[in-house]
Design a protein around this ligand. Structure first.
Ligand code: URA
Length: 433
């Protein structure tokens, strides 16, 4: 089979066979086909898409291009969650301990942030000493003994995705639902959990701009889950404004700790309760959402959820004093107040722009090699729907250097006001399975 014939077939909008997809992935991983031919195929997939069956086969080929973790010797149902990413998204840091405190085992492999979106690994690394690398046996042992672990992705998982993603990134072929779905799901399936909850974000701070596209992506990933007989469910959630108030690594850890004490922002806590309820139902711990919410709220109010975070940090060699006394987490030299120049109801707080502004302070990376400053970032005081008077504090900015030129103007431009009351948007649009 000549690879050019596979490209031609997809260019003519015909479905590829299992054998052709196998040829594509195995040959590419073995360096038997050049990047320019694979780029042409990826572009044809971007234009013509893939049907459900092709997408499942592609995921399967990618999944088995490397090591697949086997968690079957850990007793009970092992659960995982994945967010398609956004601004201020520190969900795993609060949600995983909440769910683990209810007796569900959480096996979580996380990633780093790039551009305006943050990554869980960068956030946990603001805790002094926290180790994100662990061998397989220690990972399993920790899940078995304390019920949760958050680690970086092992080197041998889904090598096909590493190669393909790097190529997609430079050939304008990231934005294709079958390519995104197979990329995410191959990595999730390789981690070996029994159930997966996906938080698929839509909005300007997210990969998918519209609810409709987010739902399409979610349905594609759920259908891949069915192919592998896994319980995969998805929440479709709004990322037009940042999640919670804090944007920046140590600041987000602090907000997660506050949330585990029942003192976090309402929107973020609500997302954790909703996600946690679905996970408890997937783990068959509860019959329904009401029971799940009570269990999760109890874990927060009796301190067991926070204790789970402490247990995990201790097991991964982090400084637990930083969790017990969050004021000892990395602190920036200066905290500036930003006061409103306008009066009115907040109509929009643009996530993309605020994520980019936090990145410019050093909270994120513009390129992979950039080094993150864990202490800097933004803590919002006003969000969508709030009434603001001139001079009210809109946000606190935590900095170690003077603000970049135009930073303040860009910050002000991230807020939109209106004279008439604004209804707060729903954070969670839909749950599908
Ligand atoms: N995240 C991934 O892991 N893969 C994609 O293709 C897009 C987002």
């Amino acid at each position: 089979m000549r690879f050019v014939d596979i490209i031609e077939k997809k260019k003519e909008n015909h479905p590829l066979s299992k054998g052709e997809i196998h040829e594509f992935i195995t040959s590419y991983v073995q360096d038997k086909i050049p990047d320019y031919q694979v780029s042409a195929l990826l572009m044809a997939i971007c234009f013509n898409g893939m049907n459900e069956q092709e997408t499942a086969w592609l995921t399967e080929e990618m999944l088995y291009s490397g090591e697949v973790m086997d968690l079957s010797d850990i007793a009970g149902i092992k659960c995982d969650k994945h967010s398609t990413g956004g601004v201020g998204d520190k969900t795993s840091l609060a949600l995983a301990p909440m769910v683990a405190a209810c007796g569900v085992k959480i096996a979580k492999m996380s990633g780093r942030g790039l551009g305006h979106t943050g990554g869980t690994l960068d956030k946990v690394e603001s805790i002094k000493g926290f180790q994100i690398n662990m061998d397989m046996e220690s990972f399993k042992h920790q899940i078995d003994s304390i019920g949760l672990a958050i680690v970086g992705q092992s080197g041998n998982l889904v090598p096909a995705d590493k190669k393909l993603y790097a190529l997609r990134d430079v050939t304008a072929t990231v934005n294709s639902i079958p390519l995104i779905a197979s990329s995410i799901m191959s990595k999730k399936l390789a981690c070996g959990a029994d159930t997966i909850l996906l938080d698929v974000k839509f909005g300007e701070g997210a990969f998918m701009q519209t609810k409709e596209d987010a739902e399409k992506l979610a349905k594609t990933m759920i259908s891949i889950g069915k192919h592998f007989h896994k319980d995969v469910r998805a929440m479709i959630s709004n990322m037009n404004e940042p999640l919670g108030n804090a944007i920046g690594n140590a600041l987000e850890v602090k907000e997660a700790i506050a949330t585990l004490k029942g003192e976090g922002p309402k929107d973020f806590y609500e997302l954790c309760l909703k996600a946690g309820s679905i996970m408890l139902m997937q783990a068959k711990k509860v019959e329904n959402e009401t029971e799940a919410r009570t269990m999760l709220e109890t874990a927060v109010h009796n301190g067991s959820a926070l204790q789970k975070l402490i247990d995990m940090v201790e097991a991964q060699h982090g400084d637990i004093q930083m969790i017990k006394h969050p004021e000892t987490l990395p602190q920036a030299k200066e905290v500036l107040e930003i006061k409103s120049r306008e009066e009115g109801y907040v109509e929009a707080v643009h996530a993309l722009s605020l994520g980019t502004l936090a990145m410019q302070l050093g909270a994120g990376r513009q390129v992979k090699e950039d080094i993150i400053d864990p202490s800097v970032g933004i803590v919002l005081q006003k969000k969508d729907g709030d009434y603001v008077k001139k001079g009210d504090i809109l946000a606190y900015v935590h900095i170690n250097h003077t603000l970049p030129p135009h930073w303040l103007d860009d910050f002000y431009a991230s807020y939109h006001f209106t004279k008439t009351p604004v209804e707060k948007h729903d954070l969670i649009y839909k749950v599908i399975k």
